[in-house]
Design a protein around this ligand. Structure first.
Ligand code: FAD
Ligand code: NAD
Length: 475
């Protein structure tokens, strides 16, 4: 009863978990004529994460950086079933996935289990908290769309509360102190975007408060952005200094309280720093479903960073049935969109080869069984010859391994400046400044998956330039 899953018994079923960078790149490139394809993800859209901090401060509108997954799948040669649901568990032995509808509104059925021949596992990661007290309760993250919404709401709330008549100077100082934890690219880009919001809009909207807003970036390591070259790290530090963004390095956040953060300073002393809000951007950790899946294969899956895969994206220990890509894996590559999307596109090409191989394998089985049934020797010999030809083709069959091609690393640092480390012949080319910012903009505009999103983002940039960001509360 009800809506059926695409099912052709002649074809193998590929279940894709996720609708992020890896899964979307896979779906875009996959030839769906070869497989029954089912996508399961708790969000029915793709999120262009590099521009999430711009949504958080209102430079871009939310919808501009989303692409509904059905836009991606609707033009496919064979229909693809998209299910908005959260996978709860994977059984790698019986090859099944169980998932639930955990949205606010549910029908009478809200959980089920389906079988797969191949599972493309691309569930990404969640934000690392290291179990630090108060992070879940009091901090905002910057990973999902709802994080950007929450950030905007809280930030505007801090502004309005500090403008409330009779607020003491100390309390205004606290409410207008924004702390960003984590000096990786997420924390740096968000600090830069916050600074722009302050300079370009808040100064005119809240002139009496603008001078009191303070941004502090806290990083446990000796420097921010360790993936960038030293020159660009120095450039970022000096740009932040000019922008009056304080950077505290070798400083670790030990606890987040409702109105402050506890810091372990470089000299090991513990300092309480009052603040209005905290944004937590301290890196990635595995999702629970990933930990549970790995725990079922302890002999092959012991890496704490994520799923161990081989150069064909196969999850070790699952013998060509689970393929893992993106942030949920532990490989020699950084957990970036660039890696996840190249892995997804590679996997789609490998699946096209795999379909050809599976077809040859099926033909071989047919020929062998018909040869066994043939009574006349001449006829049997003809079939045996065909069997040998197919066997030779199969023996030559090779699926190529994945190779990563690094296109460079880019980050926006605020004040219309960006930094870029780009591969150049055998070395690299580092650049930072306003020109790099225009390069950053054009690179992201061209990476956006559809013309619709490119148009929306470009229009938002013009809108923000002409009219500024909107500081009214929507809810
Ligand atoms: P994701 O894109 O996170 O997708 C995971 C998918 O799985 C999502 O659709 C999610 O809803 C779904 N999912 C979650 N749980 C389940 C479940 N139980 N069942 C089914 N589906 C599930 N990288 C760059 O290279 N360049 C950048 O400029 C850049 N900027 C970034 C900016 C920010 C703010 C952030 C947070 C990250 C940025 N990254 C950037 C990193 C990049 O976003 C990730 O590396 C990339 O998203 C990884 O892709 P993925 O497919 O593995 O995971
Ligand atoms: P990250 O892992 O790169 O950085 C997190 C930082 O938080 C680390 O430097 C860590 O030392 C620090 N930290 C952790 N706990 C702390 C604590 N208690 N107190 C103070 N500091 C603490 O995380 P990210 O920035 O979210 O990036 C995640 C991945 O996404 C990375 O691979 C990154 O390259 C990628 N990304 C890329 C871009 C880009 O290319 N522009 C943008 C965002 C994210």
């Amino acid at each position: 009863p009800g809506v059926q899953l695409p099912h052709d018994p002649e074809k193998k079923t590929v279940v894709v978990l996720g609708s992020g960078w890896g899964a979307t790149a896979f779906l875009k490139s996959l030839d769906t004529t070869d497989y029954n394809v089912v996508v399961v993800s708790p969000r029915n859209y793709f999120l262009f994460t590099p521009l999430l901090p711009s949504v958080a401060v209102g430079t871009l509108s939310t919808r501009s950086i989303l692409q509904p997954t059905r836009y991606v799948t609707r033009h496919k040669a064979r229909s693809v079933k998209v299910i908005e649901a959260e996978a709860q568990s994977v059984d790698p032995i019986n090859k099944t996935v169980s998932f639930i509808d955990n949205s606010d509104i549910q029908g009478s059925v809200s959980s089920t289990t389906i079988p797969y021949d191949y599972l493309v596992y691309a569930v990404g990661a969640e934000t690392q908290t290291f179990g630090i007290p108060g992070v879940q309760e009091h901090a905002c993250f910057m990973k999902e769309l709802q994080d950007a919404d929450k950030f905007q709401r809280r930030f505007l709330d801090c502004l309005e509360s500090s403008a409330f008549p009779g607020q003491s100077d100390d309390e205004i100082g606290r409410l207008l102190h924004m702390v960003v934890v984590g000096g990786g690219p997420t924390g740096v880009e968000l600090s830069g975007e916050l600074h722009d919001f302050l300079e370009q809009d808040l100064k005119s909207w809240y002139p009496e408060l603008a001078g009191k807003i303070k941004i502090t970036l806290v990083e446990a390591l000796p420097s921010v952005l360790p993936m960038f070259s030293k020159r660009l790290i120095d450039y970022t530090m000096s740009t932040f200094k000019e922008s009056k963004i304080d950077i505290l390095t070798q400083t670790m956040v030990k606890e987040v309280k409702e109105r402050s953060v506890m810091l372990a300073m470089p000299d090991k002393s513990i300092v309480e720093m009052p603040c209005g809000m905290v944004v937590w951007a301290a890196g990635n950790r595995n999702r629970k479903i990933t930990q549970d899946l790995m725990a079922q294969l302890p002999a092959d899956q012991a890496n704490k960073r994520g799923i161990t895969i081989d150069e064909y994206m196969q999850m070790k220990g699952t013998r060509e049935s689970i393929f893992a890509i993106g942030d949920c894996t532990a490989s020699s590559h950084a957990p970036t969109a660039q890696v996840a999307s190249q892995q997804g596109a590679y996997l789609a090409r490998a699946f096209a080869q795999r379909a050809k191989r599976d077809a040859l394998q099926a033909r071989l089985t047919d020929l062998e069984s018909s040869a066994a049934m043939m009574l006349h020797e001449d006829e049997r010999n003809k079939v045996v010859e065909q069997v040998e030809t197919v066997k030779r083709s199969l023996a030559k069959f090779k699926i190529r391994p994945f190779t990563y091609s690094h296109q460079g690393t880019l980050a926006y640092i605020g004040s219309d400046k960006a930094i870029a480390d780009l591969p150049f012949f055998n070395g690299s080319f580092a650049s930072g400044g306003v020109l790099t910012y225009y390069f950053w903009r054009s690179a992201y505009l061209s990476t956006l998956f559809s013309l619709r999103n490119r148009t929306l983002v470009a229009t938002d940039w013009v809108r923000t330039k002409v009219f500024g960001r909107d500081v009214s509360r929507e809810w």
